[in-house]
Design a protein around this ligand. Structure first.
Ligand code: SF4
Length: 476
């Protein structure tokens, strides 16, 4: 039985699939590697990963590619679930003997609802699915596989939870599958140097942010890590396989959660002379930052989220405004670029807290920002809180075209006002004379950076236009 690992076709330019924490179409076109699907693919003989969004494949173009496969594992998300169900039904209609499993955080939380939605799905894998799929592909009966939910004698059965994988070094290298099945030139993130290659050096995050999807539903609140030797070995392979790659991205939930290990990896990267970027919370000390910078660190993706103390506390960010300011100052001092993430619509947002966040963003002054609408994904503490307090006003997290929708509102801020705050945030941050001057200077000094920034600026303006058209109903 040949196995296909499918990142299914969804909305145009939707980058919310297997590899993305943010489940919506982005301001600037981006595609993350479907890394989660590549682990089981590397352990299953004669498998194939098909990344439909990155290949720009629609449903009609995807179905013929599946004709030789007896089993298809599809990664689904809260934002795309209803579309993915239709895709599964269309695949079953085309190939009646195929078996289909749904995988990913969304179905980990809602296995029963997912199976009830359609007979086209044979089973659901809850939480990490690497070995679940391997065991199934090897012919183990569903009743003997941990972490699956399936139908049996007209009832839905939930096998016992699968334990988190402790020995991450027992997993294969995903770069082998990137090389075999993907075109690395398809993958792009606006704030990274194109083309980039990303891998995980660990899974899970010890922080407790109430809105954050993966640790709560999928990877857990312990940062499980791979051995440094294995990480370096995979980086070396990536350099060999993808000679045009200009950057390695360590896409861990929080790479700097274990600072001693982050420093150790950095020291081992230094002789390779590569450029790399990663994720961090805004609480890393100067000495660690210096070691990382000295070894080729270019940029941090950092979640500031809000400029209001109480909101940071409510969301259990575990980082204070003072720590964040210190971190930003040190990054500037060391010339480490930052892409700052902010969220509008976290519990108890008000017009004043939005204002504080905008001012805070201008103060810490990241090189680029991303402003998202808070999305209460099922399975997160934020979802339960919003449900309990009656803050949820929408079930759909994205529009018909894959743009984020505001699904929450609070006593002092309507969902419409929260939605509008995103565009205002971007405008107030990017259209500052100081920011424009700094960007022009950067562009003059670095031609490649100029090209990247011009593309990003153009796509961002297009996004604002399309979003406005969608709001007025012209483009839905
Ligand atoms: S620090 Fe980042 S990855 Fe960790 S729980 Fe918070 S938002 Fe999620």
């Amino acid at each position: 039985m040949r196995v296909a690992l499918l990142n299914p076709p969804t909305y145009e330019d939707f980058d919310g699939g297997a590899g993305s924490r943010y489940q919506a179409r982005r301001e600037v076109t981006s595609f993350w590697y479907p890394t989660w699907l590549c682990y089981p693919a590397a352990m299953i003989r004669d498998s194939r990963v098909i990344d439909a969004p990155a290949e720009r494949l629609n449903l009609e173009q995807t179905i013929p590619l599946l004709k030789d496969f007896g089993f298809i594992a599809m990664y689904t998300t809260a934002a795309s679930a209803s579309m993915d169900i239709k895709t599964a039904e269309a695949i079953k209609a085309a190939y009646k003997d195929v078996n289909i499993a749904f995988v990913g955080p969304h179905v980990s939380i809602l296995p029963e609802e997912t199976l009830k939605a359609t007979d086209a799905i044979d089973f659901v894998c809850r939480r990490e699915f690497d070995y679940t799929l391997k065991e199934y592909a090897e012919g183990r009966p569903l009743g003997e596989i941990d972490g699956v939910s399936y139908r049996s004698n007209g009832k839905i059965v939930h096998n016992k939870e699968r334990e988190y994988i402790q020995d991450l070094d027992g997993l294969p290298f995903v770069v082998d599958i990137y090389k075999r099945d993907l075109n690395y030139l398809n993958y792009t993130i606006p704030y990274l140097r194109d083309p980039y290659v990303s891998i995980y050096t660990g899974r899970g995050c010890p922080a407790q942010c109430i809105y954050c999807l993966w640790p709560q539903t999928f990877t857990g609140n312990v940062y499980r890590v791979r051995g440094v030797d294995r990480v370096i070995e995979e980086v070396k392979l990536a350099i060999e396989y993808f000679p045009k790659a200009r950057e390695i991205f360590f896409d861990d939930d929080t790479f700097t959660a274990n600072k001693a290990r982050a420093r150790e990896i950095a020291k081992r990267l230094k002789p390779l002379g590569i450029t790399w970027s990663t994720s961090s919370r805004a609480n890393v000390d100067y000495e660690t930052l210096k070691v990382l910078k000295d070894s080729g660190l270019r940029l941090f993706l950092v979640g500031y989220e809000s400029g209001n103390r109480q909101i940071l506390k409510n969301m259990k960010k575990g980082v204070t405004l003072e720590q964040a300011e210190e971190f930003a100052k040190n990054c500037k001092r060391l010339n480490i670029m930052t892409h700052g993430a902010f969220i509008m619509g976290l519990p108890e947002e008000t017009p004043e807290t939005v204002e504080e966040s905008i001012r805070f963003a201008c103060k810490v002054d990241p090189d680029t920002i991303q402003v998202s609408l808070a999305s209460p994904y099922p399975g997160t503490e934020m979802y339960d809180l919003c449900k309990e307090k009656g803050y949820l006003v929408e079930d759909n997290l994205v529009s018909e075209r894959g743009y984020q929708k505001c699904s929450v509102q609070y006593p002092r801020m309507s969902n419409e006002d929260i939605y509008n705050a995103v565009a205002m945030f971007y405008r107030r941050f990017y259209f500052r004379p100081g920011y424009i001057a700094k960007t022009v200077w950067r562009m003059l000094r670095d031609k490649e950076e100029a090209k990247r920034l011009l593309r990003e600026g153009y796509e961002f303006i297009q996004f604002l236009i399309r979003r406005r058209e969608a709001e007025s109903g012209k483009a839905c």
